[in-house]
Design a protein around this ligand. Structure first.
Ligand code: ADP
Length: 703
């Protein structure tokens, strides 16, 4: 295997060196590196390479001097020398370089394959000995310096021209940057920027396409230079479609640099004078705001530096656009706020900062402060200082301090001096999620409302008092009535008992001595007195209800109905009645005596009121309804006409005479009173000829 060939590469740009090194090493060469001509000579003396590839423009010693020294050195002159340059690209430069003895003059950048082919070719064709400048006579020497300085001057001129161009462009960007801060309207700003690009930087045309967020379209906002119709169809681009170069730049958010417009089909129909173009996205926090496009009459007018400068300018432009938009939004909001605050509302509105200083207030508040406190308030004035010494000072401070902790609330303040009630709606103004920077208050004069409320309260109190008095009166009358009916019943009892006692004696001892007519009259007296006795008993029981107070004890309805059934057993069998009682009746917290009264009367009626020719069937069932227990006593008896469903609960209300169905007419009144005393109710559902159901609603939880 032949030994590896070593190539010395010389360049002051580390990146260029690195790229070359990688390319050569991966293709089987050994590589040495130097950063300038002097370094290259030193390295070559220490370890001569098989070839040298050198840049031209370098500090300390440039490529031309290196080549000249190389060729003058007897140890090095036979080693092939290649120039590889990006700056000296003129034909004159090449002629001069080759005249120094170099094998080749290559212009950067070159495709790796082409570059390697040249190297191989040089290795093959390089003459072992060529004539070098060292061997040239003196006049040749002066010729060299002449040519060398010509090339240098030429280069210097080029550089100057380039610098001037760059300077112009930087000046344009600087001017445009100054506008970024000072101009406060978007169209004016864009126009100034585009103007600088054309007038100062010397571009042929500059456009700005602005994103209309509502329509998701980029529209030509302004153009300076060669005139372009704004209504032209080409001047609108959809954001997400890659329509035209503007759409593409906006979508990918990357610069597009077109060195030769003739080779770009998407730019057909451009002005003939234009040869190259640069499209730069204007974006803020990764969102596209617009696209800036610049056109030049020169081919390849936009260098890497231009791209860099214009794109950093585009970033600043984006910030300015955002600022202008934010300021516009803010001023719109301000206008709206002022309009709102001064619209004919009833509320006085103000806001203060953390130091109680006014930040805003509306006309209404200004007038009220003038009227009440005789001050002309202004932004920045300390509200608390204005109220110093008054009761309001303390109240106001307390409320504002509370809102400053982040609480929103409403309070009503009364001004004793004016007799006015104010309703304050307080709200914190948040700076961010944790800091309150101020306070707003909506103040409304609510004196009328408060006075009306006060009247209602007074009226209510009076009403309550009257109801209380009336109830007391009614209770007293009731009490009196009850006492009266109790004592009447009680007092009637004694003479009645006497009548019954003597009637008994007459029946026993003298009945037989009366003729049939007399016996009949006498029997009537006994029957009427017995009925009256029962009536008085029932009445007494009715008026005694609840006198001893209501108890709340566990009452097991199963056992209560069992004892009622046993009391009724004789009557049931006499009437051939069938009584069915639900087996799982609940235990309630209630009053056993009252419950006994209720169900005795209901069962009694259910057994009583049936057609004589048909035995009755009675059933007791129950259910839960919301917070009540409902106990139902149903029969298949004679039923009750609908118009009496309410009335039958009144005392002495009977629908039959004694012959048909005996009774006192107090049973259901007793049921009603007992149920009401227990806080419940009783209702009847009935159809004549079919039967009745009495439902007793008892409140309360299970015991
Ligand atoms: P009494 O039964 O002593 O007449 P009540 O107050 O218990 O007095 O009843 C009032 C009236 O209601 C009764 O006279 C009767 O006409 C009617 N009534 C009560 N319960 C029933 C029932 N279960 N079926 C038909 N009618 C009834």
């Amino acid at each position: 295997m032949p030994p590896m060939k070593k190539i010395l590469i010389v360049d002051d740009n580390l990146q260029n060196l690195y790229m070359l090194e990688i390319m050569l090493k991966t293709n089987g060469f050994e590589v040495d590196q130097a950063l300038n001509g002097a370094g290259a000579l030193e390295m070559a003396h220490q370890s001569p390479p098989d070839m040298i590839v050198s840049d031209i423009l370098m500090p300390v010693m440039d490529g031309f001097s290196l080549c000249r020294n190389w060729m003058a050195d007897k140890d090095l002159k036979d080693i092939p020398f290649i120039f590889y340059t990006a700056t000296y690209t003129d034909y004159k430069d090449e002629v001069f370089a080759l005249s120094l003895g170099a094998d080749r003059f290559l212009v950067k950048p070159m495709a790796p394959d082409d570059f390697l082919a040249v190297i191989q070719d040089v290795f093959k064709t390089h003459p072992t000995h060529i004539q070098t400048t060292a061997e040239k006579p003196a006049e040749k020497e002066s010729q060299y310096y002449k040519e060398y300085s010509e090339v240098l001057i030429h280069k210097l001129e080029d550089k100057m021209a380039q610098l001037e161009q760059t300077n112009k462009r930087l000046t344009a960007l600087y001017q445009a940057s100054c506008n970024l801060v000072s101009i406060k309207s978007l169209p004016a700003l864009i126009h100034a920027v585009l103007y600088s690009m054309v007038e100062t930087a010397g571009y042929q045309q500059a456009n700005y396409f602005h994103l209309n967020e509502n329509e998701n379209k980029l529209c030509l906002l302004d153009t300076v230079g060669i005139s372009v119709q704004k209504t032209d169809e080409r001047m609108f681009f959809e954001l997400d479609e890659e329509q035209g170069l503007v759409g593409l730049v906006a979508k990918n958010r990357q610069i597009i640099n077109i060195a030769d417009i003739a080779l770009e089909p998407r730019l057909m129909g451009m002005e003939e004078t234009i040869h190259s173009a640069l499209y730069v996205p204007v974006q803020y926090e990764n969102r596209i705001l617009g696209v800036l496009s610049l056109f030049s009459m020169d081919m390849d007018a936009f260098q890497k530096e231009d791209e860099h400068h214009v794109s950093s300018f585009a970033n600043s432009l984006a910030v300015s656009i955002k600022n202008i938009q934010a300021e516009e939004a803010l001023s719109r909001q301000n206008l709206l706020l002022t309009a709102l605050m001064n619209s004919p509302v009833d509320d006085a509105i103000f806001s203060v900062d953390q130091n109680y200083r006014y930040t805003t207030f509306n006309e209404k508040h200004r007038l009220e402060m003038q009227k009440t406190w005789h001050v002309d308030i202004q932004e920045g004035m300390n509200l608390l200082e204005l109220l110093t010494g008054s009761d309001s000072h303390h109240l106001m401070k307390q409320s504002i301090d509370r809102v400053l902790t982040g609480e929103a609330f409403m309070d009503i303040q009364y001004q004793p001096d004016t007799g006015i009630y104010y309703e304050f709606n307080w709200n914190p103004i948040w700076q961010d999620q944790t800091h309150v920077m101020g306070v707003t208050a909506f103040i409304r004069n609510v004196t009328e409302r408060m006075q009306a409320q006060e009247k209602i309260l007074q009226f209510n109190a009076e009403l309550e008092k009257r109801v209380f008095e009336r109830t007391a009166q009614l209770e007293a009358v009731n009490q009196e009535l009850e006492t009266f009916s109790y004592s009447v019943s009680h007092d009637l009892r004694a003479p009645l008992r006497a009548i019954l006692g003597f009637s008994g004696m007459i029946t026993r001892d003298y009945r037989d001595s009366l003729d049939a007519q007399g016996q009949h009259y006498f029997d009537n007296i006994v029957a009427a007195s017995t009925r009256m006795d029962r009536l008085i008993d029932d009445l007494l029981q009715y008026s005694r209800l609840g006198r001893r107070g209501i108890r709340h004890e566990p009452v097991n309805l199963d056992s209560l109905f069992a004892s009622l059934t046993s009391d009724l057993s004789e009557r049931l069998s006499a009437d051939r009645a069938v009584l069915t009682i639900a087996s799982d009746l609940p235990t309630l917290l209630s009053d056993r005596t009252l419950l006994t009264q209720i169900f005795t009367n209901l069962l009694d009626n259910a057994i009583t009121y049936h057609p004589k020719d048909r035995p009755v069937q009675v059933s007791v069932t129950w259910q839960r309804e919301e917070s009540s227990y409902v106990i139902c006593v149903s029969d298949n008896g004679i039923g009750i006409p609908a118009e009496y469903h309410e009335k039958i609960f009144n005392a002495f209300q009977r629908l039959h005479n004694q012959e048909e169905y005996p009774g006192s007419g107090i049973g259901l009144a007793t049921v009603k009173k007992s149920v009401l005393l227990l806080g419940g109710d009783v209702r009847v559902e009935s159809q004549v000829g079919k039967g009745s159901t009495f439902s007793v609603y008892l409140p309360g939880e299970k015991a």
